[in-house]
Design a protein around this ligand. Structure first.
Ligand code: FES
Length: 125
């Protein structure tokens, strides 16, 4: 499934946004020094939204216990986070349209129109 989530202008450097897409868990999409990334928003250590955390370079810090993840790979960097965070591929068209690709969802093999809701994270610029 490939889902259009917005335009590059909506994801300025340092921004974190929570995005809800039908058929997927809530996502955090952000821009780390020009690299747009997408991870599952709920931290795999507890019940915190990473979209409310802090972005420091390519490191996303969880707001609850300060565990952290590398946004490029989802790999856990700092404890108490230990397991990699679920990561989704981001594709950007020449015109700046941003898409998230997922193998999850009810019909993952098909590109389709699905409802997308964007919620500004704490660090929207
Ligand atoms: S809930 Fe994220 S590190 Fe604990």
């Amino acid at each position: 499934m490939r889902v259009t989530v917005g335009h590059l202008e909506e994801f300025p450097a340092g921004a974190l946004k929570r995005i809800t897409v039908d058929g997927l868990p809530p996502l955090v999409i952000g821009n780390a020094d020009g690299t747009v990334f997408c991870l599952k928003d709920e931290c795999n250590h507890g019940e915190a939204n990473l979209s409310e955390g802090d972005l420091c370079g390519f490191e996303l810090l969880c707001p609850l216990h300060s565990g952290s993840f590398d946004v490029r790979s989802g790999k856990a960097i700092k404890r108490p986070a230990k397991r990699p965070q679920v990561r989704f591929d981001v594709e950007i068209d020449d015109d700046g349209t941003v898409h998230v690709r997922s193998d999850e969802g009810p019909d993952a093999a098909r590109d389709e129109e699905v409802a997308v809701r964007v919620t500004a994270g704490r660090h929207e610029l």
